[in-house]
Design a protein around this ligand. Structure first.
Ligand code: DAH
Length: 350
């Protein structure tokens, strides 16, 4: 008799069941149906006992071959399932190594902030204090105290942003149009602090900060920076201004080959007044006079508003534009680039 056919069929059905098992648990259940205590192969082996010796041998060998085949199928399927599980796990935990890493960017100072720090360091080394004050200013500090009375035409030189708020005198507050009100704020505090003293220490201060005007083109921005300077003593002259400002420019631009000239001008708060121009002896701007600051001897009316006696206290003031100094230093020709926040531009200054 041919007993091999049912055995082959048994192996095939074990293969089919093992293949159908898609989890290790399902596979172990399928295994039990063939190789377990009551499994089909186990049952066949048990049945051998009833056979005559000769038949027992040959039948036993056939069943063993089938058993080995089933065991081999089982092992193969176990490995396949383990592999599949591993692959699934790898897929689930996959890292995309092509993603750019997350970095903490190294920040940098804005080029104008660098300039202001430079100005502070240089004037600091010459004994100047650094002062800071409000950007929303009263009419009195911004104009009147600086010798621009109401309705004075000089006010129209500074077309202003007003704030929808009034001060104690009922005048509109404005965004300061220059840092010059800091002269008055600082000097008044200084005068108060030293009131009654035999000799008042000199006032030596710079006040950098943001200022605002209705103005916008390649060299003007409605928000821009200024740095005010004030030096008041009992014997401070234009000559001192020239020395200090020349030293400052040479330190700032890191060259001694630089000329300075005062060009007569008008500001309500100084008399006489001058624009300060500089010219480099070399480089791309060689020989060109460049305006870098306004200046002058502080007007007696302003000294009076400092709370000081103009007969005794005299000195000079200047106001310069850190934005323009930054443009000159780095060769930038459009002021707006500084305030657009484009990192492609700004990161060049890191
Ligand atoms: N405040 C002036 C401006 O905004 C600049 C200036 C000129 C400041 C002369 C000064 C000065 O202190 O003395 O145009």
């Amino acid at each position: 008799m041919n007993d091999l056919a049912p055995l082959a069929e048994l192996v095939d059905s074990a293969r089919a069941e093992f293949d159908a098992a898609d989890t290790p648990a399902a596979l172990e259940n399928a295994k039990a149906r063939y190789l377990g205590k009551a499994g089909r192969i186990t049952e066949l082996l048990k049945a051998l006992g009833a056979l005559p010796v000769e038949e027992k041998k040959s039948r036993g060998a056939q069943i063993n071959v089938a058993k080995q085949q089933v065991e081999a199928l089982l092992t193969a399927r176990r490995e396949a399932l383990a592999q599949a599980e591993l692959q699934a796990q790898l897929r689930a935990e996959a890292l995309d190594v092509t993603l750019p890493g997350r970095q903490r960017g190294t920040g940098g100072l804005h080029p104008v902030s660098r300039t202001i720090e430079r100005i502070e360091a240089i004037f600091g080394s010459m004994g100047f204090d650094v002062a800071d004050g409000p950007e929303i200013e009263t009419d009195w500090f911004n104009f009147t105290a600086l010798n621009s009375p109401e309705n004075h035409p000089a006010r129209s030189m500074q077309d202003t942003f007003y704030v929808d708020l009034k001060d104690a005198e009922g005048r509109w507050l404005n965004l300061r149009t220059h840092t010059s009100p800091m002269q008055v704020r600082y000097a008044r505090a200084h005068a108060r602090r030293h009131a009654g003293a035999e000799v008042m220490p000199e006032i030596r201060v710079i006040a950098p900060g943001r200022t605002y005007r209705v103005d916008s083109d390649a060299t003007h921005s409605p928000m821009f920076h200024q740095c005010e300077g004030l030096w008041i003593g009992e014997n401070v002259s234009f000559k001192d201004l020239k020395v200090v400002f020349t030293d400052f420019c040479r330190a700032f631009f890191e060259t001694d080959e630089l000329e300075l000239r005062f060009r007569p001008s008008f500001f309500p708060f100084t008399e006489p007044s001058a624009e300060i121009d500089i010219a480099f002896a070399s480089g791309p701007l060689k020989g060109k006079w460049l305006e870098v600051a306004g200046s002058g001897q502080v007007h007696p009316n302003v000294v009076r508003n400092f709370g000081l006696d103009p007969e005794r206290h005299i000195g000079f003031a200047f106001g310069m534009g850190p934005d323009r100094l930054t443009m000159l230093r780095y060769g930038v020709n459009d002021l707006r680039l500084f305030f657009e926040g484009d990192l492609r531009f700004l990161s060049q200054f890191r």
